[in-house]
Design a protein around this ligand. Sequence first.
Ligand code: ISE
Length: 334
Amino acid sequence: APLGVAVLGAGAMGADHVHRLDRVVSGARVAAVADPDGERAKTLAAGIDGCLAVTEPLAALDAAGVDAVLIASPGPAHEAALLAALDRGLPVLCEKPMVPDPAGALRVVAAEECAGRPLVSVGFMRRFDAEHQRLKALLDARELGEPRLLHCRHRNLASHPYFTEEMLISDSVAHEFDAARWLLGQEITAVQVFRPTAGLPGHDGLNDPQLVVFETDGGVVVDVEILANGGFGYQVQTEAVCTRGTARIGEAHGLMTNIAGRWGGEIAQDYLTRFADAYDRELRAWVAATRRGATTGATSWDGYAAAEVCAAGVRAQRTGQRVPITLAPRPGRS
Ligand code: ISE
């Protein structure tokens, strides 16, 4: 029988995942959709055979035929949903941020330990992006020598009205924190934020771009340009500078044209488009892993580490200081 999935959150990300589970990924069916906006849940569930629409997350977890949970509600709702899923022994794929505050993230790590087996996968989709995977393979094989620097650019078309300056770190650069930990296999030890636009009138009061610089326990330095209101499209680029060479990803996508003495190409407008393949691969991998009792991609520990680095990043942004980071002891390791 296909894996019955309860999807919590019927916003843009939840809806995208529901369609993916329904139409792209085999071996799974959407058994229930929950959203505080009942109409939104109903609209999304309509047309999916036997899919229940509810307003309460717990009603979705307890619905008939639910074997696993996909959490795509807003970050602050994640901890309660994760703890309820773990309490029921249900495997979960949780969108980032796993839990925004580090203490809450640690409670999830502890609850998963209590459950006695890995149940939590965190949706840092870049780990499933083909270019990111090629870069990781290259770095792991040390083909370019030892990594020294990562230069990252993270540019969005425009920010939502509710987007805050803190979210440049906790919502956007969160991806680079996870990607760097994963690409390098190293932990982040300190973070600093430079705000060239501080004091200037920002776009809707949001001061961007900002430059986030962080260090790892392997001595690598990572710089991230975060630009929420680039106005031209969605761009995620990384260049690794190593002792014998460099490698870049995220440069060109899609159609290239030559016309009237000019060449040009396309830039994706949002992450749902840019990372569509990565999301497909992520969900396929999650469904397959879940059916054999395993997890995939980022773990609850990775979710915690990202939360800890984000919290330090927000402090660094506020104070202008370099903020050192110490992770909590990792359960099961000395
Ligand atoms: C959003 O929440 C994401 O996760 C996107 O990947 C990121 O590019 C964007 O900046 C965030 O707001």
